[in-house]
Design a protein around this ligand. Structure first.
Ligand code: ZN
Length: 406
């Protein structure tokens, strides 16, 4: 209903809109009880960047951003993948050093708030954390450039607790093509295929968000474990190269993998994507421009991006996007391949969120929306986190088998 009203796109219906929004946004007792008794696992959060800004404290409620412990508690988010991310053009030893700085920052923050957070490396550890009432803290390295073209670094990342590596970021790295760069390797190079095999051996999940379609198909062929897309949405609903086509989703699911829906407005809503590209020249051009203004200051980067976005939306240059689009993407995957192959990969603290999903405290609304669609409770639990835990378990099993035969 809200979307039908939104499509009128006029402030004249604001009164009606408010009534519709309240209805869609309210969360029933049934949804609350299901949501708060589930493992709610988000596979992609850029909160790690905020550890390096002076005003951020994950243990306190922060005025900005999307994640901190109080809001995670409020939203029932009890498992998080902290993203280890640096600009994809930094390569070699400096890339390794910066990645290590961030891995250390995650461990330090977990130590600081050990009453609430615990580092988890396996699905069983995530389940145990839930039983203790703690938030499971996991790590994913967002971009193969951070291994510095050295397979030994990949192994060390695994030892430090990294549970997935995204094969590339916005730019091609030394061995994998990105979806937002000109193809240089025709997918994965032979070394890139070795990297995927080594990830299997270490029990590190292979993440295909950000990679080119050819890289995805190459990784799918080589990997013995199912793949994850840690933060991607559906191209059928929003034609963005960062999203997955129906054929890709079917191929991913056929091998047991899971697509974790990204909430970024330009990945979930076609009208927003078209308007934002007209304004900024696309995600990479916008990124480059902000990089010039802010250099390595991530706080400046996030603030400027939010300011630009807010201004353009107020001026009517960018359309409003409802949080219900996230549910549309989940539903699309469920209709295509069933409820076992989709989950949550918000991109909180790294993307612009749709209206109504201002931060992680709003997550119970997703459970409510899925119940209203008639989803079974068991299926909703899978979408909230169970599917990713299954892929983790399968990755752990593959690792054990590979280590046993050498
Ligand atoms: Zn990303």
């Amino acid at each position: 209903m809200v979307r039908a009203i939104l499509s009128l796109g006029a402030c004249a219906v604001a009164g009606v809109l408010l009534v519709g929004a309240m209805k869609a946004d309210s969360v029933s007792d049934k949804a609350r009880s299901l949501h708060f008794s589930s493992i709610v696992l988000d596979t992609h959060d850029d909160t790690t960047q905020r550890f390096f800004t002076k005003d951020f404290d994950i243990g306190k409620r922060n005025p900005g951003g999307h994640i901190d412990i109080p809001r995670m508690r409020e939203g029932g988010m009890n498992a998080i993948f902290f993203s280890i991310w640096i600009d994809g053009r930094i390569m070699g030893p400096p890339a390794v050093q910066k990645a290590l700085d961030q891995i250390d920052a995650v461990h330090e923050n977990v130590r600081k708030y050990s009453k609430d957070l615990v580092v988890c490396r396996t699905a069983a550890e995530v389940r145990a954390a839930r039983k203790q009432g703690k938030i499971a803290a996991l790590m994913g390295v967002e971009g193969g450039h951070m291994i510095g073209n050295d397979i030994r670094v990949l192994r060390m990342f695994g030892d430090l607790g990294v549970r997935y590596i995204t094969l590339s970021h916005f730019y091609n790295d030394e061995w994998a093509d990105s979806s937002t760069d000109k193809p240089a390797h025709n997918g994965l190079t032979d070394f890139g295929k070795d990297i995927v095999r080594e990830m299997n051996r270490q029990g590190i999940m292979v993440d295909i968000s950000h990679v080119s379609d050819k890289t995805f198909y190459d990784a799918l062929e080589v990997s013995k474990a199912p793949l994850i897309a840690s933060h991607s949405s559906c191209r059928a609903l929003c034609n963005h190269p960062r999203d997955m086509s129906d054929d890709m989703i079917k191929a991913l699911a056929a091998k047991g993998g899971v697509i974790q829906i990204n909430y970024e407005k330009s990945f979930i809503d076609q009208a927003y994507k078209d308007a934002s590209e007209k304004l900024s020249g696309g995600v990479v051009a916008m990124f480059d421009q902000l990089k010039k203004e802010c250099a390595d200051d991530q706080e400046c980067f996030g603030r400027k991006m939010a300011e630009q976005e807010k201004l353009a939306t107020a001026e009517g240059k960018l359309p409003h996007v409802s949080w219900e689009r996230i549910v549309d993407h989940i539903d699309h995957v469920v209709k295509l391949v069933g409820p076992e192959h989709v989950g949550l990969g918000s991109d909180f603290d790294g993307a612009s969120m749709p209206d109504g999903m201002e931060d992680c405290s709003r997550l119970p609304k997703i459970t409510e929306a899925l119940l209203r669609k008639g989803y079974k409770e068991d299926d909703i639990r899978k979408i909230l986190g169970g599917n990713t835990l299954r892929v983790m378990e399968q990755s752990e099993k593959v690792s054990k088998e590979m280590l046993a035969v050498q």
